[in-house]
Write a protein of this length. Structure first.
Length: 188
């Protein structure tokens, strides 16, 4: 049986291009999902892995649709091979029923992982440059200001509850107590 696996990373992406490519291969059954390829706990991937039987062929538009890193990709192909299921990747013109196809799958899997790691490295380098130029990342730090000191003093004198002080300051419980600790340490 010809089985198609289709995956896009997010809900706003459209899988029609992949489905159309697989339909041209006369795929009989589709497993389609909208979820990141980095996570191996994908419902439709698991369903497909349980469904396939000896002699089936799994068609994918490209190897990046099956997995986003080499190890996961090779493990999926290994599991499918153990069931005597072949994998065909259209974009890379790879068919695991041939020794050349098996070799090329490994090479392309490594290239996709290299590409992803290179993107991550460039992002980290860009962040480092931005930080060196003074760009702030994350939430702005909540300073201990006069209002905090006042509410802290009223709370410490048992004239208000901590919960009331938190509401007046607009702070969460954990932030309030973290600031209390920081303020008390600054007094020592």
């Amino acid at each position: 049986m010809k089985i198609g696996y289709v995956r896009v990373s997010s809900q706003d992406q459209n899988e029609a291009r992949q489905i159309e490519a697989l339909q041209q291969q006369a795929v009989e059954k589709f497993f389609s999902e909208k979820v990141s390829g980095q996570n191996m706990n994908r419902p439709k991937l698991k369903e497909m892995m349980d469904f396939v039987r000896e002699g089936d062929r799994v068609y994918i538009e490209s190897i990046s649709r099956l997995a986003r890193n080499t190890l996961d990709f090779l493990n999926i192909v290994k599991d499918l091979s153990a069931k005597q299921v072949e994998v065909v990747s259209l974009k890379e013109s790879i068919d695991t029923s041939t020794p050349q196809g098996k070799f090329m799958l490994t090479v392309f899997g490594a290239l996709y992982e290299l590409e992803r790691d290179s993107i991550k490295q460039r992002q980290m380098e860009g962040i480092a440059v931005a930080k060196a130029k003074g760009t702030q990342f994350g939430r702005p730090k909540i300073e201990i200001d006069e209002q905090f000191i006042h509410e802290y003093s009223v709370w410490k004198k048992d004239l208000q509850t901590a919960t009331f002080a938190m509401k007046k300051l607009g702070l969460s419980r954990s932030t309030f107590y973290r600031k209390v600790k920081e303020y008390e340490e600054s007094l020592q």
